[in-house]
Write a protein that binds this ligand. Structure first.
Ligand code: ADP
Length: 323
């Protein structure tokens, strides 16, 4: 578990991280998103004790990083994959890290095998491709078999096989009950990998929600309804417009469909029931993560405004709405 409480970092007049409070829970992959300059790296550096907070605190497994006796055994991190001496071999780089944390040398060979670098373990790291650096960085993160992994852009520079390997690795680590906190700019990959999302913009928290809820809450999500006939649709649409839903539009072209924004499937279903309108279909259509993320970060102030009453009832899922 990673716990942030009012975490703040200022560099002169720049507020890089602005009062972040959140829990990154174990047993899940939590994706950390935000535009360039949002404060992701600064947040990760403070979690790892590489930067001192101006205010608030960042705790790993209940304590600050500095209080960990053998940090690599509690938290593994990949921040700057290329931050190592180019003349050192992959193996000697990892051996040095292992020694300082009381980790046996055989574990180094184990993680080199895990990340697919066993054959080049004795080659100078300076000759590595970006993808190989990333694999070496991940090997370093796994070295102490830690309960927490903090990975900044781990798939950067990896080929499709490598990207998939990282996805499967972090999912397997989460399934073992570990805490995974990872950033990436690749939204389609993040959608496949993360269970939960934390989104920040200009140092502030914009969203902290399970993936499905994040997508369904997006202003781009809509509820699709199909009524038993056109008269039913007219009655329902009129009442929804009177209620001030964000938009109510004909959909699907057969005279019975509506696309509704600004209401959950549950609200629409309850309203239809109240009006005695028969429904043949009711489902939430969520945008892709890329669409939802772009919309959120482009209109972050608006999102903050709508995070209140409109979203207090999570939109019903398709299954629930039908049931
Ligand atoms: P991200 O990782 O989301 O791209 P960063 O955490 O790198 O964002 O940066 C957040 C803000 O803090 C940016 O405005 C950046 O310019 C600033 N910043 C980061 N590190 C420093 C530093 N060492 N000195 C001054 N400003 C910094």
């Amino acid at each position: 578990m990673i716990t942030l409480r009012g975490l703040t970092k200022r560099y002169g007049d720049t507020v890089a991280v602005d009062g972040l409070t959140l829990d990154v829970e174990e047993g899940r992959v939590t994706g950390f998103l935000g535009p360039n300059g949002a404060g992701k790296s600064t947040t990760m550096r403070m979690i790892l004790g590489l930067d001192h907070p101006t205010g608030g605190e960042a705790l790993i497994a209940g304590g600050p990083y500095a209080s960990l006796r053998h940090p690599l055994r509690v938290v593994g991190a990949l921040l700057e994959a290329k931050a190592l001496h180019p003349a050192r071999s992959a193996r000697s780089h990892l051996i040095a890290q292992a020694r300082s944390n009381g980790i046996p040398a055989r574990r180094v060979d184990e993680v080199l095998e895990t990340v697919g670098l066993a054959k080049v373990a004795r080659r100078r790291a300076g000759t590595f491709s970006l993808g190989m650096y990333q694999r070496l960085g991940i090997a370093g993160a796994l070295l102490g078999d830690p309960e927490v992994l903090v990975l900044d852009e781990p798939v950067n520079g990896l080929d499709p096989e490598g990207v998939r390997w990282v996805r499967e690795l972090v999912r397997a680590q989460a399934a073992q009950g570990r805490t995974i906190f990872l950033s990436s700019h690749l939204m389609s990959e993040m959608q496949l990998t993360a269970d939960r999302l934390v989104v920040i913009g200009r140092g502030r928290l914009l969203a902290d929600a399970p993936m499905a809820e994040f997508l369904a809450r997006s202003a781009l999500a809509s509820v699709r309804v199909r009524t038993a006939g056109p008269e039913d649709r007219r009655v329902l649409a009129e009442r929804m417009l009177a209620r001030g839903y964000a938009s109510v539009e004909p959909a699907d072209g057969d005279g019975n469909g509506l696309a509704v924004r600004g209401a959950s499937a549950r609200e629409v279903g309850d309203l239809a029931h109240h009006l005695g309108v028969r429904l043949h279909e009711l489902r939430t259509v969520s945008p892709s993560l890329e669409q939802a993320y772009m919309d959120l970060t482009a209109h972050s102030a608006e999102y903050a405004a709508t995070a209140g009453p409109r979203h207090t009832t999570p939109p019903a899922t398709e299954g629930k709405a039908r049931g």
